[in-house]
Design a protein around this ligand. Sequence first.
Ligand code: F6R
Length: 235
Amino acid sequence: MNVLVFKNAEEATEKAYDIFKKSFENGLKTLGLATGSTPLTLYEKIRTSGWDVSHVTTVNLDEYVGLSPANPQSYNYYMQEELFKYMNFKSTNLPNGMAEDLQEECERYEQILKENPVDLQILGIGPNGHIGFNEPGTPFDSITHVVELAPSTREANKRFFDKEEEVPTKAITMGISSIMNAREIILLAFGPGKADAVRKMVEGPVTSDCPASVLQNHDHAWIILDEGSAGKLKR
Ligand code: F6R
């Protein structure tokens, strides 16, 4: 794990964009994507780059169960709006949260990941240390699975919904082992609200109590922080 601290989110995003650009120039074929507030500026930079991405396949980390792609709160909708409608990706993939058989859907998605090994995975981190929707306690050897969202995650995400009751209770997420298979990883974290999770991820023990701490075991993981999220690091 390499930890880099920048003055603000803008400079941190600039660094993430540089790493992405190098990977793209070196022949990136599969790009792993996250949703949420953190990568929004990075996606803005990518969509205005004017690059030809017709050889690039994307795979997203997760999707809510029960939200269709037409629902503005679904991650599918977010990706269309932030990136996909502007770019000519070869193919784009998200778990189908509307699948009748969710277990079968997890298997289908894991197969997509096997066929398209991720060259570069973008990640955010939850205030409880989750990556994807792998909540504390998720085994490190987990693959794509259905999760019950932690109350703190539903609370953190309610800002995107009209009422808290509307936040889905379940999601499909890539597992921790699926994420760790990526050749290179960029995790972005901004603001003091992430400082506790960042301290546990970087300086705490590697434990499923803080799923992101597993990244200490990844040789090509870039942890890109602003001063706010790095505020509780000792080193
Ligand atoms: C999103 C995802 C989540 C978010 C995390 C941080 O696809 O998998 O792990 O990255 O919850 O969310 P933001 O960026 O909104 O703080």
